[in-house]
Write a protein that binds this ligand. Sequence first.
Ligand SMILES: Cc1cc2nc3c(=O)[nH]c(=O)nc-3n(C[C@H](O)[C@H](O)[C@H](O)COP(=O)(O)OP(=O)(O)OC[C@H]3O[C@@H](n4cnc5c(N)ncnc54)[C@H](O)[C@@H]3O)c2cc1C
Length: 416
Amino acid sequence: MTQPSVTIVGAGIVGLTCAYKLQQQGFAVTIVDREGPCAGASFGNAAHMAIASIFPQSVPGIAGQSWRMLRDRRGPLIANPAYVLQHLPWFLKFLRLGNADAAARGTHVMSQLLSRAWEHWNPVLRDIGATHLVRQTGALHVFGSRQAMQNSHGAYLKRQQLGVECRVLGVEEAREMEPALTEHIAGAVHIPAMGHVTDTRQLCQALADRVTANGGRLLHQQVTAIRNDGVQTTEAFLPSSQVVLAAGAWSARFARELGVGVPVVSERGYHVRLPKNASTLRTPVLLVENKVALTPMQDGLRMASVAEFTHPDAAPYHDRAAFVFQGLERWVSGVDATPETRWVGPRPSTPDSRPIIGRSPAMPNVLLAYGHGHLGLSLGGLTGSLIAELATGQAPSIDLSWLSPTRRLGKTGTPV
Ligand SMILES: Cc1cc2nc3c(=O)[nH]c(=O)nc-3n(C[C@H](O)[C@H](O)[C@H](O)COP(=O)(O)OP(=O)(O)OC[C@H]3O[C@@H](n4cnc5c(N)ncnc54)[C@H](O)[C@@H]3O)c2cc1C
């Protein structure tokens, strides 16, 4: 019997976990990336295993909140008007989903997905020898004002109800747990189930190394077209029995031919890396009101934030993003140090914040694994498992209609 083959477009965290899982199922694997492993969002994310991020981005009140944030010239939301106009249906769908019913359905689905995150990551991490790159020691959501902390009380209760343990901490308790927090914070919530990756590039590289060590191919080429029997690159046609599209925000350019109904836009984020000795922070932190994540990495402190809706390959807007990282030393000591590096990259975002995982309606040999928005690192392990199940014809371990490429994005939300 001939060995089944698969070509994977994209060597980000999602493409690499798919490659790893498919190889385990006996596929001859070829991964194609225009730049090499970990070139996109998977390198620069906040590196949180964000088990508590169960709420979709579009929630009741999102229209007013977005408008206020857009008018704040130093805030974390940026929109390129031409890009917004070009992708207007995405933004209209996103705003329509900002109602209680849709948000409740979305929260249910996201909590189901995230509750499986560790069980799908842990065996992979052990097998590729990468457990030292991931710390499962929880995270802190930190508040600068009592009012904001009170306002979010319901959201933490909801998390608790859905099985995500949340411990509310006073100022002193929070500072005992994380001495780099200053006395100006109003309090924090500790989420023990969260974790973080200490080197995102090494994690991707460990996956890529394992796949190539086991006979997989990693090609440095740009894919120009996807077909039912393989992919066309700038250099060759690569035939294979199945194809996986995992090119993050860049996947959108292939969506029409593949019959995908759920749109994806590029929501770029930024990070700055502070020198290793700048701050003593050892716990991953989310500064809730500022919308900034701080993560102690092997090479220094990473501060990540910003949602900039624009073309994924547009010139970076670092000077604008820099405002968002200013003034944070009021909450965390040492974070006013001069950054050593700056980075920008695109989240592949859907209107309902759920990834697209399923078969292409137009080309049944093509599997879709993109649109992970703010959660691709956390959901990478699960996505790899789901794609392997699809490729081998096994019954899916979750209801894939939730993530279907043709799911309805109506006002009452998408299927649960
Ligand atoms: C600032 C920021 C913070 C984030 N924080 C978190 C977090 O804390 N936790 C979390 O879970 N998630 C987080 N995310 C989201 C997460 O990073 C993404 O969801 C995830 O990286 C998407 O992975 P991917 O493999 O789908 O895409 P990418 O990592 O973007 O990879 C896509 C790959 O496809 C390649 N490619 C594109 N076009 C082509 C082509 N035509 N031919 C060949 N190759 C191509 C690219 O070179 C790239 O390597 C964050 C994102 C950002 C930007």
